[in-house]
Design a protein around this ligand. Structure first.
Ligand SMILES: Nc1nc2c(ncn2[C@@H]2O[C@H](COP(=O)(O)OP(=O)(O)OP(=O)(O)O)[C@@H](O)[C@H]2O)c(=O)[nH]1
Ligand SMILES: [Zn+2]
Length: 291
């Protein structure tokens, strides 16, 4: 039996990649009821028949699952922002970070367009995220700076790019490997408006090994699923100290003897991050009130 990864699905066919070869597969009859749960990114075992078609015999256990886009076994998210044009927006970075933390993915922050940036202005932002423990890489897709480091980071893994429009995600992919382009726009926004444009994401194989998802990840509707007393755990530097607050119900707002607020005062938790926390918390609470 061969072992492979599902790159895309189309009309009940699964395109399964093993080494350099892609085989069109169908599902063994007894799996038919599982058809809708088999996802791009799933690892399968299959046999090839005389006509060259494959039959999937076994679905291997999943390591992870992302909801939007629906993909199995994603290893990491590359949160991509431009240093300028559009100007870097740390609150927006924090929002993407929360979504990535919620999905329990490894995270890399990729700051693009450093050819346009004032490195002195950028430095504190890089230091902030590095101090929290995030891996931050700086690149210029246009000038080819930092691309080797990014390639190494993508090698052998399944990655999804996420980030605002104009950050340069398509340009980056195309620089990492010629011919790779993202289907732009958030997946979830394509649903509706009377058009049947819902599509499943695909995996694009990289020549260095590994895959990237062809659609950008995440949309902000996903904050709906966060509980107000869970949000803190998606800010690693806040999560690390919440047990020191006096009240175990502390949301770190106006409660007395709050370790989080104390550390913000001392500058050991960055004010900007605390503000992002407060802002997202307020949004979650507003939604619960029925807005
Ligand atoms: N100066 C500079 N411009 C860049 C760089 N990378 C991308 N751009 C430009 O930024 C613009 C946006 O790039 P895209 O690759 O379309 O960005 P995207 O993130 O895919 O955007 P959406 O398709 O809207 O999601 C384009 O005009 C690119 O040429 C860079 O490193 N430096
Ligand atoms: Zn507190």
């Amino acid at each position: 039996m061969l072992h492979g990864v599902i790159l895309k699905t189309y009309n009940s066919f699964y395109y399964v990649k093993t080494n350099a070869k892609v085989t069109m597969c169908t599902l063994r009859g007894r799996f038919k009821k599982e058809r809708f749960s088999l996802l791009v990114g799933d690892e399968v075992e299959y046999n090839v028949t005389e006509n060259g078609k494959g039959i999937i015999e076994k679905i291997l256990p999943r390591r992870s699952m992302l909801q939007r886009p629906m993909i199995a076994n994603i290893d990491q998210v590359i949160i991509t922002f431009a240093a300028v044009s559009p100007d870097i927006n740390t609150i927006l970075i924090d929002r993407f970070l929360v979504l990535a933390e919620m999905s329990d993915l490894d995270i890399v922050i990729c700051i693009n367009k450093i050819d346009l940036a004032d490195s002195e202005e950028l430095k504190p932002i890089l230091e902030l995220y590095r101090s929290i423990g995030y891996r931050v890489i700086t690149i210029s897709a246009k000038m080819g700076v930092g691309i080797e480091e990014l390639r190494n980071q993508l090698s052998g893994k399944i990655s999804v790019f996420a980030g605002p429009s104009g950050a340069g995600k398509s340009t980056i992919l195309n620089t990492v490997e010629e011919g790779l382009t993202l289907v732009t726009g958030q997946v979830s926004e394509k649903i509706g408006r009377g058009k049947h444009t819902t599509r499943f994401a695909e995996l694009l194989p990289l020549s260095s090994g590994g895959f990237v998802v062809d659609t950008p990840g995440f949309s902000f509707t996903e904050f709906e699923n966060v509980k107000k007393n869970e949000l803190m755990y998606y800010f690693p530097e806040i999560a690390a100290v919440v047990h020191e607050c006096k009240f175990n119900t502390c949301l770190h707002l106006k409660e007395p003897q709050c370790a989080v607020k104390q550390l913000v005062t001392e500058g050991r938790i960055q004010e900007q991050r605390y503000h992002s926390y407060i802002e997202i918390l307020a949004e979650i609470q507003d939604k619960k009130k029925g807005f």
